[in-house]
Design a binder for this molecule. Sequence first.
Ligand SMILES: [Zn+2]
Length: 213
Amino acid sequence: MPHDVDPLLQGFRRFQAQYFGEDTPYRELAHGQQPGTLVIGCCESRVHPPQLVGAAPGEVFVLRNVANLVSPYDPDSAHASVAAALEFAVLSLRVQRIVVLGHSGCGGIRALMQDGAPADSALARWLAIAAPPRAFVVRHHAERDEAAQLTVYEKAAPLVSIEHLLSYPWILEAVEAGRLRLDGWYFDMRDGALCGYDPKQRRFIPLVCPLEN
Ligand SMILES: [Zn+2]
């Protein structure tokens, strides 16, 4: 594909014009970053975390993987990339907040719910991190249709991730010391709303309601 029609290069030119003209934020950013928040989101193309929260370059540190999961603390874990990103964000950058961002229509959660990942695949091994809530969803929401069950599971995934985040001793310590806040969010792309988990009410509550038509 010629350079002048490559959509990715055209996109970079627009980015370059926005951020490398006069008064560019990269004059400062090129020397280092100080993001205050780590967002853990899904790989999914429709849920780009900085775009969803209107963050400029340098404002959020992002960890993305299938179904926005966090593997539990284990120094010998095969999922070292997760731990490495957490170490860097929490211990080096000292972010003050971690948001785990689940979303509607998650292909990873669907694969988990329906055993859709090929046996012995990397995907199946990865999704096993969030397998425990499945029995709960099936047992307690058996009367609901498949779409409703998926929504329940999609909302459970960020909570599993938060539980796993707290298994990292230095994350637990930072949370208990009040230096770090953990939030579980759910982006519903069916109506453009954002919900957040309220630990007191033990349920997701609206943070940003859908636009009124
Ligand atoms: Zn997803």
